[in-house]
Design a protein around this ligand. Structure first.
Ligand SMILES: [Zn+2]
Length: 52
């Protein structure tokens, strides 16, 4: 059986730019939130998932 994955954006919470794409399991209940480097803010900010 194939694991279904879907792609999501990771959006900077400060400037709202879509800096990263990642993927996660389709039925995962959790919301992704990661500290990542934002080249627009020039610092590490929290990024939340946003659907493609
Ligand atoms: Zn930013």
């Amino acid at each position: 059986m194939k694991i279904k994955e879907r792609y999501v954006f990771l959006v900077c919470q400060k400037c709202k730019n879509r800096n990263y794409t990642t993927h996660k399991r389709q039925k995962a209940a959790y919301k992704l939130e990661k500290k990542k480097y934002c080249r627009f803010c020039r610092e590490h900010t929290s990024h939340k998932e946003r659907k493609l």
